[in-house]
Ligand binder design. Structure first.
Ligand code: ATP
Ligand code: LTN
Length: 332
């Protein structure tokens, strides 16, 4: 049976990349599959988080899921640290994954930067915890943005090595689901870098909670080239900033890139940016509004997360026990 798992870190403002690359696709999948969506607070602390801000961000990400249309009754929505199976399975996977595999992870290299000696050990084994998130539920499909592809390949390697070493068929082979026209939303200031929460300039991203004015400002200032829009999608090659804005428009409007290019062929970017701003405001502002309403009642969000954690735990516990038996751990 297909089961979906995915997660977002509570590490700051959610942005258009998180929405188009991940959360919006989850909303569509929830009617077809059993879905488990997680606010991965244990991943967040691989880099320093102020405890007060971590609590606030965890609730805010949960509110963003619900405001975007995730139904916490039909899906399971919870924060990772409430279900101990994630940490317990991650330890076992620390002993399955090879150093050589982890050394190839580009996200670690990017996040650790030049001062690698000073990165946390948690940041290094981050992908093992991510594999544990998924495999604690024997999830089969994982909807993510393109940047997570390498981590999912590692998850498959861990599952296969575990199955092979212990001579079992415990874990399924996990399939990434990389969906939509904006699987890699780029920075508004630099079309070669991905839009990211950790980029210092707020002008590089559109946050889910940005006001209409902020959206207009950021899109107006977004980097482009002096050429008008081409008359076919092939004309966007080697124009990363132009291609990025077209992709965003296509994803937000549920159109193909070709349809967007056909609609705006020969138009200047100032015309296109006005249309893009209007579309972004129309799609994002209702989500921001609903998030604000939800954030008024912290108790309600905490109750949703608690209920989700209980249901998640009910699935993960028997799987963890099966794994512990396979490994040879004695237990009561
Ligand atoms: P950071 O960039 O600070 O590491 P992040 O913005 O990538 O954080 P995550 O919590 O790591 O946020 O990612 C949550 C989900 O959003 C993942 O599925 C990821 O693939 C997706 N995602 C993140 N950034 C983008 C982007 N620019 N385009 C498309 N999808 C994205
Ligand atoms: N590493 C992911 C977040 C994440 C995740 C997961 C995604 C943690 N555990 C399990 C899918 C499945 C990221 O977006 N940076």
């Amino acid at each position: 049976m297909a089961r979906i798992f995915s997660g977002v870190q509570p590490t700051g403002n959610l942005h258009l990349g998180n929405y188009l690359g991940a959360i919006r696709n989850w909303v569509r999948l929830q009617t077809q599959y059993e879905c488990i969506f997680c606010v991965v607070d244990m991943h967040a602390i691989t880099v320093w988080q102020d405890p007060k801000e971590l609590r606030a961000s965890t609730r805010e990400v949960a509110a963003a899921f619900i405001a975007s249309g995730i139904d916490p009754k039909s899906c399971i929505l919870f924060n990772q640290s409430q279900v101990s199976a994630h940490a317990e399975l991650a330890w076992i996977f620390n002993c399955v994954a090879r150093l050589g595999w982890l050394n190839r992870m580009t996200q670690f290299k990017e996040k650790a930067g030049k001062d690698r000696e000073n990165a946390s050990a948690g940041l290094y084994v981050y992908p093992n915890l991510m594999a544990a998130d998924i495999l604690a539920y024997k999830a089969t499909h994982v909807p993510v943005g393109e940047d997570q592809k390498q981590h999912l390949e590692l998850c498959r390697d861990i599952a296969q090595k575990f199955n092979h070493d212990y001579g079992t068929e415990t874990f399924p082979v996990v399939e990434p689901l990389i969906l939509g026209e904006a699987t890699r939303v780029m920075s508004l200031r630099d079309g070669t870098r991905k839009m990211s929460k950790s980029e210092p300039s707020d002008m590089s991203r559109i946050n889910l909670t940005d006001s209409a004015d902020q959206i207009v400002q950021k899109i107006r200032k977004a980097k482009t080239d002096p050429e008008p829009l081409p008359d076919n999608a092939a004309g966007l090659e080697a124009r990363p900033e132009a291609a990025n804005l077209v992709n965003i428009y296509a994803a937000l409007g549920d159109l193909s890139r070709d349809a967007v290019v056909a609609q705006f062929a020969g138009k200047t970017f100032s015309v296109f940016k006005d249309a893009l701003s209007q579309l972004a405001i129309e799609k994002l502002n209702p989500i921001a509004e609903r998030m604000r309403e939800l954030m008024q009642d912290q108790g309600q969000i905490d109750a949703v997360l608690r209920d989700g954690a209980e249901r998640a735990n009910a699935i993960a516990q028997p799987i963890l026990r099966e794994v512990q038996d396979t490994v040879g751990f004695l237990r009561p």
